[in-house]
Ligand binder design. Sequence first.
Ligand code: FCB
Length: 440
Amino acid sequence: MAFPKNFLWGTATSAGQIEGGALTDGRTPSIWDTMAAKPGRIFGGHTPEIACDSYHQFDRDLRNLCALGVNSYRMSISWSRVLPNGTGQINQAGIDYYRRAFESLLEKGIAPCVTLYHWDLPQVLEDRGGWVNRDSIEWFGEYADKMFTAYGDIVPMWATINEPIATYVGYALGGFAPGYTNEVWGNQARHNILVAHGKGVQAFRAHNLQNSQIGAVIDIWKRHALTDSPEDIALMIDQDERNWKFYCDPLYAGRYSDYILEHLEREGTLMKIAPEDYGIMSQKTDYFGLNVYNRVPVTHNQKVQADFSQGGNFLNNRTEYYPRAVYDAIVMLKEMYALDIPFYVTENGTYFEGDEPVDADGMIHDDDRIRYVQGFLSYIEKAIDEGYDVRGYYLWSLMDNFEWSAGYNFKFGIMSCDREGKTAFKKSALFYRDFIAKNR
Ligand code: FCB
C-alpha cells in the first residue's frame, strides 16, 4: 500500500537547539543558556550560544529542506526572542525573523509546523518561579495569544508544548534546565504546563483561525515487562503511569489516573490542582503529535536483563532496534483514549555518540540510522494500511545540533553541522530524499 497523497514529509528541529544568536537583536537568555553557563551541567561545557547559527543562516536550512524534498518543517519559536521579558512588550526583530522564515518556507511549498514551547523558558520567567509558579499558565497563554496574532494568518499547524515530561526532568530530576531535584516542584511544574497547554488551545480557538490546526506533542516510551512475574508487571505499570500516561490522561481522558493521584498523595508529592484545571487541560485538539524513539524493556531480574542486553536486536549505539514501537503507540493510544483525531509522528530518529566517522568519499555512511528510519517508516505504513489515521512524519533531526545536556556530542542529524554552521548531507539524508521522492 502507500502513504496518503497529502502525507506530510518533514524534518524537525527546535529553536534552543539550532538558532544560536543567544543575545542577538534583543533576545534574552532562556533557562538553557543559564544552565549551560554553569560548570559541569552540560557535556564538554558546550553551550547553545551559536549552535547551528540558524538565526543567521536560515537560508541554508531552507536550501537543505528543498534539497530533501520535504513538504513540511517542524521548528519552534524562542519565547525569549519574541518576548524578551517573558510577557508584555514584543521584540519586533524576533517577530520579523520568524515571519520571514515561515513566509520563505511557504514560498517553497513547505508547510511550517510550529511549536510554541520546546523547553526554552525565558530565564526572566524562571526568576519568577518558572513552571512551578501557577502564573506560568497565564504567561504561556499570553505568549500563545501573541503568536497567533503575529502568525495566525500563515502558520497551518501549531503545537503548544513539546514533551511536557521535560519540565519534570528539569525540576525533579535535574537532568534538564532549570536543573532542580525537587519532586514536589517537578509534579507541580508538569501539571502547570499541561494547564498552560490548554490555555494555549483556548487562545487558538479564540482567534478562530481558518485552515490551521493545533495539538500537543507527547513522547511515548512504552514499558515492556521482560517477564510476566507480578513484580515486573507492577514495574511496567508504575513506570507507564509516571511517564507518558501522566500527560496523556488529563489531555485525552480529562483526568489523572487514580493510580497517580493515590501514589503521589501517599508520597506527599501531589501537586495542587484547581477544580477548573481538568476542563482546561482536556480542551479538544486537532491532532496527536507523537514522538517515538523506542520502547523501554523493564525487569527486576538481573539475569533476564543481562540476557536481553546481550541477545536483543541492537544498533551500534547500543539502543534497541524496535521500530514496532511507533505502531504499538498508535494502536495503544487510539484504543486507550478512543481518539478521533489524526496522528502526526512529530519526532523520530537516532543518534551517534561522538564524532561520526567520515568515509573516504567524504561522506558519513550512517547505515544504522537508515535502518532505523526505514524500520519506523515501514511500521507507520503498516498502521496506515490497517486504517489508522497517520498524516505525517518528521525525522529528528534536519542536522546535528545542541542535544541539551549531551551538548554537541549526541548527533541526531541526517546532515552534519560543524561549529561554523557548515552542513553536509549524510547518507541517511540521501536515503530520506529518495524515500520521499518515491512515496510523495
Ligand atoms: C526529544 C526532544 C528533542 C531532541 C530529541 C533527540 O526528546 O524533543 O528536542 O532532544 O529528543
